[in-house]
Design a protein around this ligand. Structure first.
Ligand SMILES: NC(=O)c1ccc[n+]([C@@H]2O[C@H](COP(=O)([O-])OP(=O)(O)OC[C@H]3O[C@@H](n4cnc5c(N)ncnc54)[C@H](OP(=O)(O)O)[C@@H]3O)[C@@H](O)[C@H]2O)c1
Length: 269
């Protein structure tokens, strides 16, 4: 094999994972081949990363033991059919396609190909993504470790049974959008109280980042951390009372439930 990693499709997700893997030194540019659809984009990617970029998906299939498949869900079957005859025994195929089950991918490729389904979010572009992995039938332990390492280079990773993928889509897949609204709303509150807009957004975003890091680094339940920063008869409890009255908790729970249900519908369309 001429390369160590092949990537088919380098849009928002594919390019972000490539950039993260190169930045973390998981692969050198010489070890990577990728394919896209447009010539201009191909040239741009070659210039930017010093990798080999092609318009020929078959070249990626023939020359890579690990292939990240990051094209749109509607293109998956067509791409798989075009590369299937060119895949080598032992190839690991990692799909990022939302809503495309392993059961749909495996029949399109030879049985010697291992398939991992992933659900990343767009924060992989800043190295703080959250990706869930589900293991297909023919994936070795090494294949799973390699996939964990690849996505670990661009954020958090969790391996789950595929039945949870819709809930993952509703929570961490869609979650960045929910939190952007939380940040925007906190900033609006600051602006209402006289803070300049840019300062308010900075305060809100850094506060969300800090709270998230505290949860991840201490491993404490969020309710305990909330109690720690809520002085009896202090300021924060008044803010919390407003949040409870406004139904923030219920709204967020329902957002995850609705988005999960929607993801399930997409899957069965
Ligand atoms: N964006 C997200 O937040 C997100 C989150 C989770 C999962 N995903 C999944 O990740 C996948 C990619 O999403 P994206 O947002 O990165 O899409 P995107 O920005 O539209 O990128 C798609 C890439 O695929 C390339 N492509 C299209 N048809 C191709 C073909 N036949 N052969 C080779 N390359 C082809 C495109 O090439 P050109 O650039 O040359 O057109 C482009 O680089 C999707 O399946 C999506 O469900 C995305």
């Amino acid at each position: 094999m001429k390369y160590t990693l092949g990537i088919i499709g380098a849009g928002k997700i594919g390019e972000a994972i490539l950039a993260g893997a190169l930045a973390k030194g998981l692969y050198t540019p010489k070890e990577v081949i990728l394919s896209v659809r447009s010539e201009l984009h191909r040239q741009d990617l070659e210039r930017k990363y010093g990798i080999v970029a092609t318009l020929d998906n078959k070249a990626v299939a023939e020359n890579s033991p690990v292939i990240l498949l990051a094209v749109k869900p509607k293109s998956i079957v067509e791409v798989l059919n075009s590369i299937s005859g060119h895949l080598k025994p032992g190839t690991l195929l990692i799909s990022t396609a939302a809503g495309v089950p392993i059961d749909l991918i495996e029949p399109c490729v030879p049985s010697f190909v291992g398939v991992v389904r992933t659900m990343p979010n767009l924060a992989v572009s800043v190295g703080e993504g959250m990706t869930a992995l589900s293991r297909g039938r023919n994936v070795s332990d090494e294949g799973m470790s390699l996939t964990e390492g690849l996505f670990g280079a661009v954020g958090g990773v969790v391996t789950l049974d595929e039945t949870h993928m819709d809930a993952v889509t509703g929570l961490s897949g869609s979650g960045p959008a929910y939190i952007y609204i939380v940040i925007e709303s906190l900033a609006d509150g600051g602006v209402k109280m006289g803070l300049p807009r840019d300062v308010a957004i900075h305060l809100a975003a850094q506060t969300v980042l800090g709270a998230a890091k505290t949860v991840l680094m201490t491993g404490e339940h969020p309710a305990k951390l909330k109690d720690q920063v809520t002085t009896p008869a202090g300021v924060t409890i008044d803010g919390i009372l407003e949040l409870e009255e406004g139904g923030l908790r219920v709204a967020l729970i329902k957002a995850v439930v609705k988005a999960t249900e929607r993801s399930r519908q997409l899957l069965h369309k």
